[in-house]
Every structure is written in structure tokens, then in C-alpha cells.
Design a protein around this ligand. Structure first.
Ligand code: ADP
Ligand code: MG
Length: 247
């Protein structure tokens, strides 16, 4: 097994606050890896470093061995790294199909004008295929604002898929979902991983999902890694129990 993503001794400071402290983690190619921890632990900050929205104060991040620590965030899509956001960032007035098609634009590491050139037919076909595989086909022409919350969360994932990612970063995709919707998300992520070979790094609080789909779990608390291992190892780890119970 080889690491698709390696985070090495990453520290992120915001003024006097150390949000992430000497954090290291390797995500193996083809894995579903979860990053969990209490609120404020630094999970989204780690995601923002990988997607190059934040610059780590110290440390290094590599993608397939390439140091990405100095790259601009728009060049990540071209390298096959896609992400969804903790808070929905959809185009509310556009349809489901249009949202997915626009997702494909971020793949192009080009100028704004070039992005406005007519879409190849391929993009439409690919978007239709994504709607089919994510179960959004029946909502093709519905405005994003007209979807219920569960389908909006699915659309976030669908949009990220438009760049045909090799690595998918999902920030709390199950937050606010009902149990039936969580089961559907579980099936979708498992299928993306198994049939399309997409590596998934998942930040999630919904333990039912994390324990069911993860090959490996890293646990952050107050910016530091306190445990790492298989779901069973992590579930029974005393420091994890302590961090979650706040004792
Ligand atoms: P999590 O996603 O695990 O809940 P975050 O990564 O969002 O945690 O936040 C970790 C810590 O860093 C928190 O204390 C948060 O307030 C702080 N933080 C995150 N982003 C910023 C920022 N842009 N400026 C200042 N503080 C931030
Ligand atoms: Mg967060």
C-alpha cells in the first residue's frame, strides 16, 4: 500500500491560538479514512490545509509524493482533489444538473474567460451519470434551494465528483441527515470507493457512518492526534473515550 496523501508535522496557528499541533497522518491509496474529534479539534483546519485554503505555519503535505505545501487552492482540482464543505456551498438558484456541471469547471486550471467557453457534450453526459449514481436523477431540473436538506448534502457530494477526483475530502457529509439518509450515503460512499477506486478522507461526527465505512480512523483533540487505527482499535481507545466524554 502507498500513501496518496501524507501530512507531516503540520502546525497551524491563528494568532496566539494553535489550532493544529504537529499533526501527521497518512491516507493510503484506495482507503476510506476518517478524521474525527470533538468540535474545535482542528479537523476542518486540516481539510483547509489539504485543499490549500490555509497555509500551515509548519510542516509538509504531499500528494502522491509531490509536495503541495506551496500550491494554490485552484490547482488542487487539476490534481484530482475534490472537497465538500461543512456548510453547504451550493448555487441555490441553479438546478441540480447545473450545480454538478459547474463543479466540473473547477477542474480547469485556467483563466476565467477560458472557463466560459462552451461546455463539451462530455461534461453534460458525465453530469447525468453522476446524478444517476448519486440518486439525484429525479431532481435534475430542481433548483438546489428546492431540495430537502438530505438531497442538498448529496448534491454537495455530487458536485465534488464532477472533477473525477482521485481523492475526495468530505467535511461532515452526514450532519443533520436522518438514519435512512445516512444509510444511503453509506452505500454511495462505499460504492464510489469500491467501484470507482476513489480514496475518501472523511470528517464526520456520525459514528454509525464512521464505524461502518472506515478502513482507518485518526482522532484529533485540541489540535493533536490522540489515537489512530481501525474502527475497533479507536472505539476502545481510552484517550478517545476520554476526549468524547470530556473527562
Ligand atoms: P473542527 O472542524 O474540528 O470543529 P476547526 O478546524 O474548525 O475545528 O477549528 C479549530 C480551531 O481553530 C477552533 O478553535 C477555531 O475557532 C479555530 N479557527 C479555525 N479557523 C480559524 C480562522 N480562520 N481564524 C481563527 N481561528 C480559527
Ligand atoms: Mg469542522
Amino acid at each position: 500500500m502507498s500513501a496518496i496523501l501524507a501530512i507531516e508535522d503540520v502546525t497551524v496557528r491563528f494568532g496566539g491560538l494553535t489550532a493544529v499541533n504537529k499533526f501527521s497522518m497518512a491516507v493510503q491509496k484506495g482507503a476510506i479514512h476518517a478524521l474525527i474529534g470533538p468540535n474545535g479539534a482542528g479537523k476542518s483546519t486540516v481539510f483547509n490545509c489539504i485543499s490549500r485554503i490555509y497555509q500551515p505555519s509548519e510542516g509538509r503535505i504531499t500528494l502522491n509524493g509531490e509536495d503541495i505545501s506551496k500550491l494554490k487552492s485552484h490547482s488542487m482540482a487539476g490534481r484530482g482533489v475534490a472537497r465538500s464543505f461543512q456548510n453547504l456551498e451550493l448555487f441555490n438558484e441553479l438546478t441540480v444538473l447545473e450545480n454538478v456541471m459547474l463543479g466540473a469547471y473547477s477542474r480547469c486550471d485556467t483563466t476565467f474567460l477560458q472557463r466560459l467557453t462552451p461546455r463539451p457534450k462530455q461534461t453534460l453526459e458525465q453530469a447525468e451519470e453522476i446524478l444517476e449514481s448519486t440518486g439525484l436523477k429525479n431532481y435534475r431540473n430542481t433548483k438546489a434551494s428546492g431540495l430537502d436538506f438530505g438531497h442538498q448534502k448529496l448534491l454537495e457530494v455530487a458536485r465534488a465528483l464532477a472533477i473525477s477526483p482521485q481523492l475526495l475530502l468530505l467535511d461532515e457529509p452526514a450532519a443533520g441527515l436522518r438514519s435512512r439518509e445516512i444509510e444511503r450515503l453509506d452505500e454511495l460512499l462505499t460504492s464510489l470507493n469500491k467501484t470507482k477506486g476513489i480514496t475518501i478522507l472523511l470528517v464526520e461526527h456520525v459514528m454509525q457512518l464512521v464505524m461502518s465505512i472506515s478502513d482507518r480512523i485518526s482522532v484529533l483533540s485540541f489540535g493533536e492526534k490522540i489515537a489512530e487505527g481501525t474502527p475497533t482499535e479507536v472505539k476502545n481507545h481510552p484517550r478517545v473515550i476520554e476526549a468524547y466524554l470530556g473527562t
